[in-house]
Design a protein around this ligand. Structure first.
Ligand code: COA
Length: 171
């Protein structure tokens, strides 16, 4: 399979924060943001693989900044690394200043999607070739994150997570 670039999967969803999507402080409800990120990431994984994809895990979410009612929110998702059937998708969330149009990074998240066939069994996906320095950085760290996710899910023995362990071993 021919390698694809992260930019080919780039998916951008822009939407408002409406009443009914907020918590008692009138900020965007975390579950609503998770759903928006899941949708954008699922589209990105589908664009990379051109297969049916399912969310396998949410590896990391940081709600760094509250997003007030009425904000214009942009969720940008890109496949950062493809393995055999799984893909790591990196999601950046931006809030737009209505007057200046400037965008401030509010949150980020990392999801794992798996490409499956009609019976729900995992299938292979194309490899990925990072192009920018940021894409390369995210690609390089993705294997450690995959190993951490598998260890936490009880699907990999910590001893087998060699790249992850290397982070903690200094010579
Ligand atoms: C995701 C799913 C297809 C994985 O099936 P599985 O039987 O574990 O299949 P495998 O063990 O072959 O794993 C498939 C891939 O997923 C990866 N994977 C599985 N669990 C993972 C986890 N918790 N974190 C990261 N990667 C994971 C495996 O490493 C493997 O990757 P690779 O092929 O790129 O090496 C299966 O668990 C599933 O269908 N889950 C439900 C998905 C769903 O409905 N999501 C919506 C949420 S409601």
């Amino acid at each position: 399979m021919e390698a694809r670039h992260p930019s080919e999967s780039c998916t951008t969803l822009t939407d408002l924060v409406l009443t009914g999507e907020t918590n008692p402080l009138n900020n965007l409800f975390g579950g609503e943001l998770l759903a928006r990120m899941d949708r954008a990431a699922g589209i990105a994984a589908g664009r990379h693989s051109r297969r049916i994809v399912v969310t396998a895990s949410v590896n990391h979410v940081a709600f760094n900044k509250a997003i007030p009612l009425g904000s214009v929110v942009t969720v940008e998702a890109k496949v950062s690394r493809a393995f055999r059937s799984s893909m790591e998708v990196y999601i950046d969330v931006w809030v737009e200043d209505r007057q200046s149009g400037d965008k401030t990074k509010a949150n980020e998240a990392i999801y794992t999607f798996v490409a499956v066939n009609e019976s729900g069994n995992p299938v292979s996906v194309p490899p990925i070739k990072p192009e920018t320095a940021l894409e390369q950085e995210r690609y390089d760290a993705a294997l450690r994150r995959k190993q951490l996710s598998l260890v936490l899910a009880g699907k990999m023995k910590p001893d087998d997570a060699t790249e992850l362990k290397a982070l903690f071993i200094t010579s």
